[in-house]
Design a protein around this ligand. Sequence first.
Ligand SMILES: [Ca+2]
Length: 176
Amino acid sequence: MNSFNKGTGKVEVQLKWDPSPLGAPDTDLDIIAATYRAGDIHGAPAYLVYFDSRSPDGTITLNRDSRTGKGLGIDELMTLELERLSDAYGRVVVGVAIQQHAGRQVFGEVANPEFRIVEGYAELSEGDFHEVAASTAATIAEFTRNGSGKWDFREFVRGFDADPDSFARTMGSVTS
Ligand SMILES: [Ca+2]
């Protein structure tokens, strides 16, 4: 699979996982997007989008949020309309964090976590978090605006050992 696509436009990030066994605390995964200013693409995020935070211009939307993984199909869904994103922004990083409600929980302890990133009918990437099994959060994708103003997509699977708040602040500081 090609992990580098030129001219990415409207992208959907899909996430699913299975609920915890009966009696065990709920498993809550969250998709988080961090947007960076064009002049400072590895600096502090300009803004974050997640379950209770929206993008100021509505170009990045969390369409579906799950706290348990219950239900069929996609549990959590985010849409990124990159072609509508202001020139003020030059980079968007998308990640997934596990809420640490009931003590430390890593991807290896989540039942069947899977992500898929699509643009229309084209799949940009998919994965099951096995490379980051010992992590509590991970980036999955990076979109960077190139010299011609188009967005380049790159698979960007990196594990973090952080709660969702600190992950959201630091997820874009990794550059390779
Ligand atoms: Ca969630």
